[in-house]
Ligand binder design. Structure first.
Ligand code: NAD
Ligand code: LMR
Length: 340
């Protein structure tokens, strides 16, 4: 039984490798912060993705070990590890997609904004290098506070003359992953079939799951249940931070979410039609310059930022309440990037 299961996994992997080497274009993907809590499992998951031909693992320390380890896995991509600032250029050169989980995570009692002072500088210097070495790459920003780090990246790219709003993404997939899991449990529907858009931003009340648009419809959920599901999704990160009790924030579920979003970006680049994911991007669907919503991905990154659809009064209220906080995080990022 076990042997036949392993055989079928092996043969699925073999088919994926065969398909990828024959028909999928070469794609270089870099993970910046690859030796970290998210970076390591994300490196593993990207090594398993048959759309990746070259995997570039960069960190300020520890990458040779991670790269040597991951490189022994018998899948398509070649793996290289780069360590320290003088190897950053090599890590980035020729990249189609750069994923950034570099920076410090929260401890209990902290907000994501408390990470701003350290992570803003890290993101600024990594994005400066991206604008120099791979200005056409798609950028998936994971480092917190995402509500501010994405505007920082945009300003850095603008200053360098390389900004393309279609290519910059704040990764909010973990909010969607959580909303799907929590909804499936309450609505008693198979979790693999669930879709729930999550809009706004990626911190506390700026995370707005639209459960009125969740599919499939399962058991009818009361207003109290919707309120509890919304709050649990908004506090999902804090739930993990508290459970880890000082040892960091979500890493494994984040690596999964990051890999799902990166895979969608690669499929879009490769011309696969109808790839839609939620992401925090430059947007004009509200008055805020950056906003998370459903986005159609294509050969140049964002093909279309999709609207919010119809909202319940509860969701409309949530939307209005999140705007001041999200705007202030955006302005904080822009101000930081433009000082000096
Ligand atoms: P971690 O401390 O385990 O790993 C971070 C890694 O970044 C470390 O290996 C560190 O050496 C590296 N690093 C620091 N400065 C760097 C630089 N200048 N260049 C390259 N690498 C650098 O932290 P983690 O748990 O992996 O979390 C990383 C970030 O992701 C945090 O900011 C966290 O808040 C954020 N995060 C975001 C989401 C999301 O949904 N967007 C989810 C979880 C965590
Ligand atoms: C998350 O949502 O898990 C991340 O943003 C990490 C955190 O600090 O909560």
């Amino acid at each position: 039984m076990r042997t036949s299961m392993f055989r079928s996994v092996e043969s699925a992997l073999r088919r994926a490798r065969c398909f990828s080497s024959e028909s999928s274009p070469k794609r270089k993907v870099a993970v910046l912060g690859a030796a970290g809590g998210i970076g390591q499992p994300l490196a593993l998951l990207m090594k398993l993705n048959p759309l990746v031909s070259q995997l570039s693992l960069y960190d300020i320390a520890g990458t040779p070990g991670v790269a040597a380890d991951v490189s022994h896995i018998n899948t398509r991509s070649e793996v290289a590890g780069y360590m320290g600032e003088d190897q950053l250029g090599q890590a980035l050169e020729g990249c189609d997609l750069v994923i950034i989980p570099a920076g410090v995570p929260r401890k209990p009692g902290m907000t994501r904004d408390d990470l701003f002072n350290i992570n803003a500088g890290i993101v600024k210097s990594l994005c400066t290098a991206i604008s120099k070495y791979c200005p056409n790459a798609l950028v998936n920003m994971i480092s917190n506070p995402v509500n501010s780090t994405v505007p920082i990246a945009a300003e850095v790219f603008k200053k360098a003359g390389t900004y393309d709003e279609k290519k910059l993404f704040g990764v909010t997939t973990l909010d969607v992953v959580r909303a799907k899991t929590f909804y499936a449990g309450k609505a008693k529907v198979p979790v693999a079939d669930v879709n729930v858009p999550v809009v706004g931003g990626h911190a506390g009340i700026t995370i707005l799951p639209l459960f009125s648009q969740a599919t499939p419809k399962g058991s009818n959920l009361s207003d109290e249940e919707i309120t509890a599901l919304t709050k649990r999704t908004q506090d999902g990160g804090t739930e993990v931070v508290e459970a880890k009790a000082g040892k960091g924030s979500a890493t494994l579920s984040m690596a999964y979410a990051g890999a799902v979003f990166a895979d969608a970006c690669l499929k879009g680049l490769n011309g696969v039609p109808d790839i839609v994911e939620c992401s925090y991007v430059q947007s004009n669907i509200t008055e805020l310059p950056f906003f998370a919503s459903k986005v159609r991905l294509g050969k140049n990154g964002v093909e279309e930022v999709l609207g919010l659809g119809s909202l319940t009064d509860y969701e409309k209220q949530g939307l209005e309440s999140l705007k001041p906080e999200l705007l202030s995080s955006i302005e904080k990022g822009i101000k930081f990037a433009n000082q000096d």
